[in-house]
Design a protein around this ligand. Structure first.
Ligand SMILES: Cc1cc2nc3c(=O)[nH]c(=O)nc-3n(C[C@H](O)[C@H](O)[C@H](O)COP(=O)(O)OP(=O)(O)OC[C@H]3O[C@@H](n4cnc5c(N)ncnc54)[C@H](O)[C@@H]3O)c2cc1C
Length: 461
């Protein structure tokens, strides 16, 4: 019988006011917001840069979240956009869409913002488990090159996207749809050396209008009337693509990277759909790289302007759309979205549609903005309450981002990056207040006062 293994860890002598687990889309912004409110903040991040899915999974651009012609996410999202624009790593198209950005530029901007407000980051560090004292988290055990260490703080923000901390702390959670299946993962990549002007002309002449080589977006999904469908059929007949490569194909231009396109594909095989399972993640990496090989060949063979193109980069992180969703003090539902539900403790407004990249069948993409519900009006939106970020059973933890408390359908709508920014900003302010005023109790923070503070910082609430 092997003896029971007890791994030693050392307790770091320093303590922080706020520890942020995961410096991704929501976490990096949460850290900036908390430090801006005067808290001592440390971000614990598994990768070597901030930004998470938006940078390390190469997910660009930001999805539009506009209602009545107005961006619904402002505050620190505006700051990010202004800085990206000033560096040439962001841009605004003729239609006024200012969501185009370069993921590599975003990494720099996020670090710059964090350091300006005195926040700190510990990279290449995995959060392993919380050490609990009743309903309070005392510290987080992390693993990095220093071995196992416990780091203490008063308030914790779980921005891992997978609710890693919350789940290990015993918070109830949901995951996947009614059958436990998650949204499909994708391994994003970029194609460099593209003659964008030629490709732009080709696409415009073939039924996919492009504003200019600087602002390109083209796509193919089976049975959605994409004009590229015949090309996909030919490529399948020619042995270049597989049938499932047409389940979702999409590409965008990237500011600051002339001649490069970012691909929102290949979609990973359905059997690998749980981004919180290391075996699924590894399978996704292998399957994705093979898919990228096929798509490269397709582009070079069938898309004018791509003949001399080459693989620019493969995202270091697999793109994970949905894993664990905490059960919080409030769970956002599809009727909340369709009925445009408002909340006194709102921290974010959303008009992005329900968008499920289903692994059941080829192209179950419910992206249409059609129907009789109030939500489908062009100036409609619903709100997300602070309570959706407060996990049941733990007193000093906040969970912003894609694992906030929501049903499968509702999550598919609120998960886009700008909403994760807004949730992160609110989590950061609330965490700093909970430390300063309430001994770390995040439920003592008034949702109404939080909302008012976010408005002072420029939020559209
Ligand atoms: C393929 C794909 C395409 C998408 N397309 C778009 C799009 O076009 N536009 C858009 O706006 N949104 C898009 N989305 C949605 C959006 O990008 C994500 O929902 C959002 O970025 C998630 O933010 P988050 O902060 O919750 O998680 P993340 O940004 O993933 O951040 C989690 C962070 O935590 C770190 N981490 C995780 N576990 C640990 C741990 N145990 N210890 C330490 N660190 C840890 C990760 O490294 C990461 O940095 C897409 C998502 C995917 C996957």
């Amino acid at each position: 019988m092997p003896s029971e293994l007890t791994l030693p860890y050392c307790l770091l002598p320093q303590r922080w006011d706020v520890l942020v687990a995961g410096g991704g889309t929501a976490g990096a912004i949460a850290a900036v917001a908390a430090a801006r409110e005067g808290a001592r903040v440390l971000v614990l991040e598994a990768q070597g840069s901030l930004g998470g899915t938006g940078t390390n999974a190469w997910v660009t651009p930001l999805m539009k979240n506009v209602s009545g012609g107005v961006n619904l996410n402002r505050g620190l999202t505006d700051t990010l956009k202004a800085r990206l624009l000033a560096r040439g790593d962001g841009s605004r198209d003729k239609a006024g869409n200012d969501n185009w950005f370069n993921p590599e530029g975003l990494k720099f901007v996020l670090e710059e913002l964090l350091q300006e407000v005195g926040g700190e980051v510990l990279y290449h560090t995995n959060v392993v488990a919380p050490i609990m004292d009743g309903k309070r988290i005392e510290s987080l055990v992390v693993h990095n090159k220093g071995g196992l260490q416990a780091i203490g703080a008063d308030v914790f923000i779980d921005a891992t996207g997978d609710a890693d901390v919350a789940a290990a702390a015993g918070v109830p959670f949901q995951a996947g749809d009614e059958d436990g299946l998650h949204q499909a993962m994708s391994l994003r990549f970029s194609l460099a050396g593209v003659d964008l002007a030629r490709l732009c002309t080709f696409l415009t002449e073939h039924g996919q209008w492009q504003e200019s080589p600087q602002f390109m977006h083209f796509w193919m999904v089976w049975n959605k009337k994409s004009t590229l469908e015949p090309l996909f059929r030919r490529a399948i007949q020619g042995g270049v693509l597989l049938e499932r490569d047409g389940d979702y194909f999409q590409a965008f231009s990237v500011p600051g990277r002339p001649g490069e396109l970012s691909f929102n594909c290949p979609r990973i095989r359905a059997e690998f759909n749980d981004g919180a399972d290391p075996w699924h993640l590894s399978g996704a990496q292998l399957d994705g790289r093979q898919g990228i090989e096929r798509l490269l060949k397709f582009c070079k063979t069938y898309l004018p302007g791509c003949e001399d193109s080459y693989l620019g980069s493969v995202a270091p992180m697999v793109g994970v759309r949905e894993t664990r969703r905490i059960v919080g003090d409030y769970t956002l539902t599809l009727p909340d979205i369709l009925d445009c539900r408002m909340f006194p403790d709102a921290v974010c407004r959303n008009h992005y549609p329900v968008d499920i990249h289903s692994v059941k069948g080829g192209a179950t993409l419910l992206h249409e903005r059609e129907g009789a519900a109030p939500y489908f009006a062009p100036d409609a939106f619903h709100e997300i309450p602070y309570r959706a970020m407060l996990p049941r059973g733990v007193s000093n933890l906040i969970v912003p981002g894609r694992s906030a408390s929501s049903t499968f359908e509702a999550q598919s709508s609120i998960r886009v990056q700008q909403n994760c920014h807004s949730m992160g900003e609110a989590a950061g302010v609330a965490a700093a207040w909970a430390v300063r005023e309430y001994g770390g109790d995040v439920r003592s923070v008034s949702g109404e006062a939080l909302r008012a503070r976010l408005k002072e910082w420029g939020a559209n609430l």
